[in-house]
Ligand binder design. Structure first.
Ligand SMILES: Nc1nc2c(ncn2[C@@H]2O[C@H](COP(=O)(O)OP(=O)(O)OP(=O)(O)O)[C@@H](O)[C@H]2O)c(=O)[nH]1
Ligand SMILES: [Mg+2]
Length: 584
């Protein structure tokens, strides 16, 4: 980090996202940076929403005295830290052509290593080529760890042998799994080229070891990678994060990532339809090291702002906005429409997807497209009645598309989902796609089975002799479905292979049903059968099968349960008592 010389005012604060798996210590590390204790105030200690912290240069120097000690001159006005919830998507932080984050701190608990959310974050950082460092947090949880007084490097060097061994093992395991994700890494003090290796900073938000080093490496990355990216342009650009109501006033919370905005400025916000043109009635900017806003006449990037807008209808989380001057109105409008249209390229058929912001929606669409999964409808917000209606329409066209994916969203209140519609929700995007693939595979199997086997069914019934309701014309008695499924109209045989009758009616809990599943007890009506003459000595009945049906079942063994297979064999043996070569 050499002293450099563009005047400070021209550079904006870099946006630094703090991300990683749930509970690995993101908020706690930020608390160390801020000398605050926001983590303790969180409901259940869990971060629910993205939040930002304006972190001025004075605070960087205060938390990291090394910077001044080593005579490093920083050109930036500070950092803009973004705390993200570990359980939700970091994909919300999108901007045109990339990620909103200039840099990232990936927080990993040293004893837990790479977890699903960490893996997802690494993928996104890689895709966007965002420089990042890794905070290997919770080193104090290594048993016997002694806090050092002169920085974390010295602390590592001075640990007792067995402690050092545990640390080294955790480190090596972590490095090798990081390599599997495509990143070489080293402890920060061993990294000579930050473009080749990811710096690992062992730290503890509890003992505060490594915290100052984290900031030091962050400043290093910033100087190394970001100089050109940080020049402020004349065009104000931002992203809406959330819409909030406070004491009856609606605010749009946003990140201003480039340029400057003024009270009274006119802005254009992208939307699924026509872009929204609106004016900033009141502008608030986040205070340094605080979650409070103050009214300002002007705010400069990168910073957190909130706006009271004249036109609010249709504004959605994740949507980009820009300051608008009348001269560029038409070109901006076309540009925004094009941008949203390029995100939302939908198919003529496909499933329905919902996400909490434009960024998450885009991430989900990209992944689904990679898997060649088609999408007919995409939207922002909770799963609603209209989504269910769209899924119902799909049911008649292709039942595999009668599914709604919710990424980071829940349901509209009081929404009931019909049994034949599947709703899958998951805050981890690739898990969502895994769930979808599994569900589709099961559905596909069920459909093939249904189509191929038609009426045929594998079934073994156990007669319940204590429940004979009627002896004949027709005989009505109780059975338990021991294995498989019984359906109306199925022919039955006994264990000697004698044809008994076709099932005329089935009753379950006093009402007529078309079929009954394994484990259910039902009443069966069989025409032309006299119970005490034909069935008194019989314990089991089987669904009769033709040889062709038997062979079909044999060919698709993988669709059957072990118990069904067993019954299939029993049926074959019964049949072979009559005709030796049956089914072979
Ligand atoms: N022993 C130890 N515990 C820590 C450390 N850092 C955080 N914790 C604890 O780990 C728990 C989770 O910390 P948070 O800071 O809320 O983690 P987070 O990553 O922000 O979690 P989410 O926001 O829910 O994703 C809390 O109980 C912290 O006190 C550390 O360095 N050492
Ligand atoms: Mg948190």
């Amino acid at each position: 980090m050499k002293p450099t010389n563009p005047p400070q005012a021209l550079l904006r604060s870099p946006i630094v996202t703090v991300c990683g798996h749930v509970d690995h210590g993101k908020t706690s590390i930020l608390d160390c940076f801020r000398e605050s204790s926001l983590q303790q105030g969180e409901a259940g200690g869990i971060t629910q929403k993205i939040s930002f912290t304006k972190y001025p240069i004075e605070q960087i120097k205060r938390t990291c005295p090394l910077i001044e000690k080593q005579g490093v001159t920083l050109d930036i006005p500070g950092f803009m830290f973004i705390d993200t919830p570990g359980h939700a998507a970091f994909t919300n932080l999108r901007k045109r052509g990339g990620s909103l984050a200039d840099l990232a701190i990936v927080v990993v608990s040293i004893k837990e290593g790479i977890k699903p959310q960490t893996a997802e974050v690494l993928q996104i950082l890689k895709a966007h080529k965002t420089p990042f460092l890794i905070a290997l947090n919770k080193i104090d949880s290594i048993s016997g760890w002694q806090k050092g007084e002169q920085g974390v490097k010295q602390a590592i060097d001075r640990q007792a042998v067995h402690v050092r061994q545990e640390f080294d093992e955790a480190l090596l395991t972590f490095q090798s799994s990081l390599r599997e994700h495509g990143f070489d890494s080293d402890l920060f003090f061993d990294v000579t080229d930050f473009t080749k290796k990811v710096a690992l900073v062992p730290c503890s938000a509890r003992t505060k070891e490594g915290i100052s080093e984290l900031l030091f490496v962050l400043c290093g990355l910033c100087q190394r990678f970001l100089r050109e990216r940080l020049t402020i342009s004349s065009e104000a650009n931002g992203v809406i994060l959330e819409l909030k109501k406070e004491r009856g006033i609606e605010w749009a919370e946003a990140i201003l990532y480039d340029g400057a905005l003024k009270e009274g400025s006119e802005i254009i916000i992208a939307s699924f339809g026509e872009p929204i043109i609106t004016k900033i009635r009141v502008l608030g900017e986040i205070q340094s090291l605080s979650t409070k806003y103050t009214s300002v006449k002007k705010a400069c990037a990168a910073t957190g702002i909130r706006m009271q807008l004249t036109e609010k209808e249709g504004i959605l989380p994740g949507m980009p906005f820009q300051e608008l001057s009348p001269a560029v109105f038409e070109s901006k409008r076309a540009q925004f429409k094009k941008e949203i249209a390029s995100v939302l390229q939908l198919d003529k058929q496909g499933l329905i997807i919902k996400a909490d912001s434009l960024g998450s929606l885009e991430a989900l669409i990209t992944l689904l497209k990679q898997e060649h999964i088609q999408i007919i409808k995409a939207g922002i917000g909770p799963i609603s009645k209209t989504d269910i209606i769209s899924a119902k329409t799909n049911l008649t066209i292709d039942p595999l598309n009668a599914v709604i994916l919710g990424f980071n969203v829940g349901f509209d209140e009081k929404l009931s989902v019909p049994a034949m519609i599947k709703v899958l929700t998951n805050p981890v995007v690739y898990k969502l796609i895994e769930d979808l693939t599994l569900w589709r595979r099961d559905q596909q199997e069920a459909i093939i089975r249904e189509k191929m086997l038609g009426l045929a069914t594998i079934c073994k019934l156990e007669i319940l002799p204590q429940y004979v309701f009627r002896n004949s014309n027709p005989a009505i008695f109780g059975v338990r479905v021991a294995v498989g499924k019984i359906k109306l109209g199925i022919p039955l045989i006994d264990s000697k292979g004698t044809s008994i009758a076709h099932v005329k009616s089935l009753q379950h809990d006093k009402s007529s049903v078309n079929e009954a599943k394994e484990g259910q007890e039902i009443a069966l009506a069989l025409p032309g059968v006299t119970f005490d003459r034909q069935l008194k000595e019989t314990r089991s009945l089987y669904a009769d099968l033709s040889e062709v049906q038997f062979k079909q079942f044999k060919k698709n063994k993988e669709l059957l349960s072990a118990r069904e297979l067993q019954v299939l064999e029993e049926i074959a043996q019964i049949k072979r008592k009559v005709y030796e070569l049956w089914g072979s």
